[in-house]
Design a protein around this ligand. Sequence first.
Ligand code: ARG
Length: 574
Amino acid sequence: MRTLLNNLLKSAILDSFGDIAKNTDPALQMANQPELADYQANFAMKLAKILNKKPQDIANTLVDKLSANPVFKSIYVSGPGFLNIQLDHSFLSQKLEGLAKDDRLGVLQDPHPYNVVVDYANANVAKEMHVGHIRSIVIGDAIVRILGFLGHTVIRQSHLGDWGTQFGMLIEYLLETGNAENLYSVTDLDALYKQSKQRFDQDLNFAERARARVVALQRGDEKTLGIWKYLVKESLQYFQKIYDTLGVLLVQEDARGESFYNSMLADLIHELEQKGLVIENEGAKVMNLPDFEIPFIVQKKDGGYLYATTDLAAAKFRTETLGASRIIYLTDTRQQQHFAMLFSALSQTGWIKSHVRLEHVYFGTILGPDNKPFKTRSGEVIRLISLLEEAQGRALDLARAKNPNLSEAQLNHVAKIIGIGALKYADLHTDKIKDYVFDWDKLLSFEGNTAPYLQNAYVRIRSIFRKGNLYLAQIDLIKNSKILINHEVEHNLAIKILEFPNLIYSVADSLSLHRLCEYLYTLAATYHRFYEHCPILSVGDKNIQNSRLLISEITARVLKLGLDLLGIETLEQM
Ligand code: ARG
């Protein structure tokens, strides 16, 4: 609908003012006061300067041109030259009726689909996943779903930390402690990892052997490589358990760790040298970047490669081999400088064609009630798996209190969907750049901008159909009903619903997922007002009843699809 309005305005502007106004953006936005107008177009001020005319006159010319168009109920000028638009009821009805028959609720597939790599869920092998890892996984999963829904080929990549000196340390320690012979019985890799680090810091002799072990690993020494492979496999299985509990799309094949690029690095440095992009700096090889004071180090003095080198190789692989036209990296804010430098370095190499979009999506920290990074009471980092368990445990208590008649299996099912949904939504609904304070009571509340509120709103709409004893066959009949818009709240709800496609397009572009959350929250609130003012089952007129049922049905579907795209499940009953 937004596209249609935009086009109408554009061609009216062109018609009225000719070629000079050809590139004028109508600057269409939702109106601030929905009781006065649905939309506002604010192009007149800008165009006035170009044409040297009064903005009011310009806006009025458009009113003359468009007021006869049946799309508009009213179109008028206010203030210094704002064009206010109210849409016609029957136009909205017609659009909603179309939506009712469309599985995709008006969201079109992108006419120019592309390959996009989403680089997320970047944990480190043999280390525990902690609460800090959840943001990348949850935000990444929503991005993957939205871009996939628009028809793009999404290539999920976890750039796991699975290579480097720390593995020399850990493998050497496993050998020394005899654990290497019984690897299958090792249950707490994370603890062994920490111990090996301690040993490394305290014992020079051990440190020496650990370094030799890295060399053996890089050389492909069979025994060392065997242990390393085992560590990777174990970690992947453990991570998968977490992904499955979270209900995200990641599978083990999506893991392409740093080790994958190792064999490409020597050639890569060679190529950079041939292009004249690398200079020696105190024995290291570096790239000088125009906008940065510090150099981008690509090879250390001792010949070792760095995080940056691997990222250059990964970007090259992703565009050249995976055919990516867009690469989205998700990490916390601390890596901002790294990615800014990486993108700058890549722009020198010529590996990335000009149409390729490189984006670093960075996010803030999860804080505890004391406004410091979220830790356990005793000050330790919180394991991600414990967080997921606690969410489900708390949701189970809530579910039991709400509906004691459910069976244990049903309660667990509800608890999982509510608990995990609440956790994800807490992460998604704040602007990702910001830190947020973790608060169990708030995120699990059935009131406010939370997943349980939205899940509950969905269930409530579904229950109208159950109360009315409407069976599937009847719901199907309702789908062909006429939509009748008589009440102001019906009008507002219709506008809100019809904004959904445009919102999805813009979120896919900006990756601002909190805007989708905000949308769903206001949609649910608008529906609530509709429900209060427009009786459904008690209304006498069958045509009005069917129309309101259909509006409810569409609202429910938008809520469900919107939550789906965020990776949040809904229940039909709870
Ligand atoms: N494993 C890294 C870390 O823990 C994050 C990787 C992000 N992705 C990338 N291509 N650098 O910090």
